[in-house]
Design a protein around this ligand. Structure first.
Ligand code: ZN
Length: 462
């Protein structure tokens, strides 16, 4: 039988990535992601998996984001016992990411049961902390560049993707008849960004899967200049800068950029508060994986000072410490989750700070439809937080250019690294708009044919 791949999520959407590869009687999953976002998508996490988890021989993960890894606890609960291959930094991040996800589901379930807003009695979490603990012993780590065997039928190798710490592209050799070389981009990062090394090029593939999150967009330039202006002006007014931020990647890049501006004498020294236990833990892991660091980060680490730290730097772990920030009267920067102000500690700060014109809410990048972040971006005069209407008098600014995803230009740059066009190119991990735009760009700029992967479809690899 010809080797095949089945797109089970991460096709037509940016979440739920799961690509099932079958060859020579073996099966393996590229990615094991959770569906996120709008309700019809999230409900798919509750469906029976369209394959037998006990029959899956191995999982290969490109990185630790939940939309690529968050289905692992459900897979393990349903009988999967094989190895989960990933890079060392991904293995360090996964316990934090999966335990945090289990905790949030636990809280949501408890709230649903308390207030009775559930059709299920009682409401159940998608997975539990116990399910997560079944996943962690299955992790097997491999350095970038190491070629390792998988399930007697495959050899795999991770390359640098430059997206978040530990992120990888995957080069998969399938020893079937015919032999096939599959390259998967994972989530591709960007060139010349702080902290992480640039993406590495892949040169040969028979079949290529490429992500298309920003296949239809070109990012704005470097955000440091605007960040300096916004922080300086807010501090001069005696105000607070509140930055809703994701714990992985974006928070570390913000810390780096603020510190670099401080060192260049371009910012007044103001207190910076990282109000998120998860972001604090993740930042620590960023410092402990030198194999991922770029040349500047390495140089600073060699000077024995952690570059992921500002001049007046405060880590806020407990809820009490977080609440106590309300009593401070000095200008400051608060970085807190969640990244689009859909929940988390940032809501308390927004409730307090939005009505005061001296303050600034700084939105670092894309805000999805339906989120408070998007409403603020669209100029809403009031925002509903914890059942109250809060008036918006603070300045609201969006900074582009902090995305961890390659834009269309950068995706094409990576594709130009191939020495000849792959026989087949499938576009995955994108909304239809981004996927179609990338397909068109590949055709017009590179002269290759690329097909947008269809959700649920099985296609031959040989
Ligand atoms: Zn990602």
């Amino acid at each position: 039988m010809n080797p095949t791949i089945t797109f089970l999520g991460g096709a037509g959407t940016v979440t739920g990535s799961k690509y099932l590869v079958r060859a020579a009687g073996r099966q393996m999953l590229l990615e094991c992601g959770l569906f996120q976002g709008l309700k019809p998508l999230r409900l798919r996490n509750w469906d029976r998996p369209p394959f037998d988890p006990r029959a899956v021989d191995a999982v290969l993960l490109s990185h630790a984001h939940l939309d690529h890894s968050g289905y692992l606890p459900i897979l393990a609960r349903n009988g999967f016992r094989g190895p989960i291959h990933c890079t060392p930094a991904t293995a360090s991040l996964l316990p934090i990411v999966l335990r945090d996800a289990a905790h949030i589901q636990d809280e949501d379930t408890r709230r649903a049961n308390q207030h009775g807003y559930t059709k299920h009695h009682p409401a159940l979490p998608l997975f539990s902390a116990a399910d997560v603990e079944h996943v962690l012993p299955l992790l097997q780590v491999h350095a970038y560049g190491e070629r390792y065997p998988v399930a007697n039928t495959f050899h795999a190798r991770f390359g640098r993707a430059g997206h978040i710490l530990g992120s990888a592209t995957i080069d998969l050799e399938i020893e079937a008849n015919p032999a096939v070389r599959l390259v998967y981009s994972g989530d591709l990062g960007r060139w010349g960004r702080p902290i992480l090394r640039d993406p590495e090029f892949a040169t040969l593939a028979d079949v290529l899967l490429i992500e298309s999150t920003y296949g239809g967009r070109v990012h704005a330039g470097t955000p440091a200049e605007r960040l300096a202006t916004i922080i300086t002006e807010t501090a001069r007014r005696g105000g607070v800068v509140i930055i809703p931020s994701f714990a992985i990647g974006r928070t570390q890049e913000l810390i780096w950029t603020i510190r670099a501006l401080e060192d260049a004498g371009r910012l007044p020294t103001v207190s910076v508060f990282i109000d998120s236990p998860m972001a604090i833990d993740v930042t620590d892991i960023y410092c402990r994986h030198p194999e991922d660091h770029d040349i500047d980060m390495t140089a600073l680490m060699d000077q024995k000072r952690c570059p992921l730290c500002c001049r007046q730097y405060h880590l806020v772990r407990t809820a009490e410490e977080s609440k106590a920030l309300a009593n401070r009267r000095d200008p400051m920067i608060i970085i807190a989750g969640s990244g689009m102000a859909t929940g988390g500690r940032v809501l308390h700060h927004l409730k307090r700070c939005l009505p005061d014109h001296r303050n600034t809410v700084l939105l670092p990048g894309f805000q999805a439809a339906g989120t408070r972040g998007r409403a603020l971006q669209n100029g809403a005069r009031t925002i509903r937080i914890h059942g109250q209407d809060v008036s918006v008098r603070a300045r609201v600014e969006t900074i582009d250019g902090l995305s961890a995803h390659a834009d269309r230009t950068e995706l094409l740059r990576w594709l130009r690294g191939f020495s000849r066009p792959p026989a087949r190119t499938y576009i995955v991990h994108g909304e239809p708009e981004g996927a179609d735009a990338l397909a068109a760009a590949i055709q017009s700029e590179l002269g290759w044919t690329a097909v947008v992967a269809e959700d649920g479809a099985t296609v031959p690899l040989g």
